[in-house]
Design a protein around this ligand. Structure first.
Ligand code: PA5
Length: 458
């Protein structure tokens, strides 16, 4: 199972000692109970916590996959933020790097996947030229159903679809994933624009939605075993006793709480930056996904009592070994204001030998795997030697189960961190304000009031 090794946090002088951690045992029980209560009475945005038990819309997704698998060649996901980053992370971790270049046979009939999570006209143009829209399914994803970026790109690709296949057939290409009641996309579902529609539960927020239809539809259409993903999530829910009572002694055995606590305590000591450093290309998407989860959840102006606190750790993504030759110098010798989190993989899917060369060379008796591990160990040692707090999240291997575990562990850690920082980890007023200013600038009715406000700052 995915685990957390924080020995080096206790080892380095600039880290933490056991006494500091022990002081939080009572708080652990209190915070855990708070979360359980919110899960039980369905108040707040903790719907993600029970997704692994509910298999929400899973059968419907798998039925759709059986129906469309051999009829289409490509899936285009249109979404942004929490409606895209989890999809990319799953795809990067669990499909071949060159998945989209494989033949249909090599993909076993599953679809190629493109995720367009921006409104850059250059990318839109490339995608329009590159994909064969006649063989493409479009999954437009937005919880609110109104997000400008997502709707704009949807209109562009829908228009292209209608031009190529006609309005009547266009519907067969559309999957809408959106909130249950309101929003423009919900209206489109009601008006019959989509062949398939999936619901994002009201109490599941965008950045916590990867194990809902938001992430599961594209995962299943590319052949990822979504039941195993949920099984992994459940492993951590059970290990951390989500929904159940805990006692103080169980704090150290709860990797999600320990991850949150270490981050929180180090933040109090001026380590305001958290670097997520996977030693795996396949996990780089997770560093990106985590960046949003951590930043949007914990970066808050006010605490739960209404005090201005302007709090929040800054998550940074880096990649081993690549960034050893880019950022490591700063991490080791620059300001000691960071916590470095290694994402370590114990067993890769293959072993590649470095072959004999015409000349004698020390590398030739090794494998790439050994080189990768040696570089990781060397980086950990060099950071520890320089008193830089660091810890590892360890994945036994990369598969659906371990990825489900990783996702749930970090989501739960975010919820605990919200309790520790005494902020609402589930809202995003800053993002909403940005959306409202954009609507005002583009003349959306009802948003005129924001125009006057934003003019003051332009
Ligand atoms: O986590 C969040 O709530 C946000 O990042 C959203 O996912 C993002 O703003 C997109 O919102 P929506 O899915 O409503 O289009």
């Amino acid at each position: 199972m995915v685990s957390l090794n924080y020995n080096n946090i206790l080892k380095v002088k600039e880290g933490l000692n056991e006494k500091e951690l022990l002081q939080y045992q009572k708080k652990f029980v209190e915070f855990h109970n708070n979360l359980n209560q919110k899960i039980k009475d369905k108040s707040g945005m903790l719907g993600w916590a029970t997704l692994p038990y509910e298999n929400f819309e899973v059968d419907k997704i798998l039925k759709m996959v059986r129906q469309v698998k051999n009829k289409f060649d490509t899936l285009l996901v249109l979404g942004i933020g929490g409606s895209a980053l989890g999809n990319i992370a799953l795809q990067t971790a669990l499909r071949d790097k060159f998945w989209n270049s494989m033949t249909k046979q090599q993909r076993k009939g599953y679809l190629k996947l493109y995720v367009f999570d921006n409104v850059d006209p250059d990318t839109a143009k490339s995608l329009l030229h590159h994909i064969d829209i006649k063989k493409t399914l479009i999954n437009v994803i937005s919880k609110a159903g109104d997000t400008a970026e997502t709707l704009a790109t949807f209109f562009i690709f829908y228009n292209e679809l209608v031009k190529k296949v006609g309005k009547l057939r266009a519907k067969k290409h559309i999957i809408i994933t959106t909130g249950p009641k309101t929003g423009f996309l919900r209206e489109l579902v009601n008006k019959g624009y989509s062949q398939y529609d999936f619901t994002i539960p009201e109490n599941v927020g965008g950045r916590f939605s990867v194990l809902s239809p938001v992430g599961l539809v594209s995962a299943a259409l590319t052949g990822i075993n979504i039941k195993k993903l949920l099984e992994g999530a459940k492993n951590i829910a059970e290990l951390c006793k989500v929904g159940k009572d805990v006692d103080t002694k169980q704090m150290f055995g709860n990797p999600a709480f320990m991850f949150a606590l270490i981050n929180y305590l180090l933040y109090q000591k001026g380590k305001h930056i958290c670097v997520m450093l996977p030693y795996s290309d396949r996990l780089y998407g997770f560093a990106d996904w985590f960046r949003q989860l951590w930043a949007e959840s914990l970066g808050k102006e006010k605490d739960n009592n209404g005090n201005i606190v302007n709090v929040g750790p800054t998550p940074i993504k880096a990649l081993g070994v690549t960034d050893q030759h880019s950022q490591l110098q700063l991490y080791r010798e620059g300001p000691n204001n960071k916590l470095i989190v290694f994402l370590s993989v114990e067993k890769f899917s293959c072993e590649i030998k470095i072959p004999k060369f015409a000349e004698e060379h020390y590398l030739c008796s090794h494998t790439l795997n050994e080189l990768f591990k040696a570089e990781e160990k060397a980086t950990i040692a060099s950071l520890t030697q320089a008193k830089r707090p660091n810890m590892n999240i360890i994945l036994p291997k990369i598969d659906e189960v371990s990825i489900g575990e990783l996702i749930y562990m970090l989501e739960l850690a975010t919820a605990y961190a919200g309790e520790l920082f005494n902020i609402d980890a589930f809202n995003q007023p800053g993002v909403v304000l940005g959306k409202n200013y954009t609507y005002a600038l583009l003349g959306r009715k009802g948003y005129e009031v924001y125009l006057d406000e934003l003019k003051k700052f332009m």
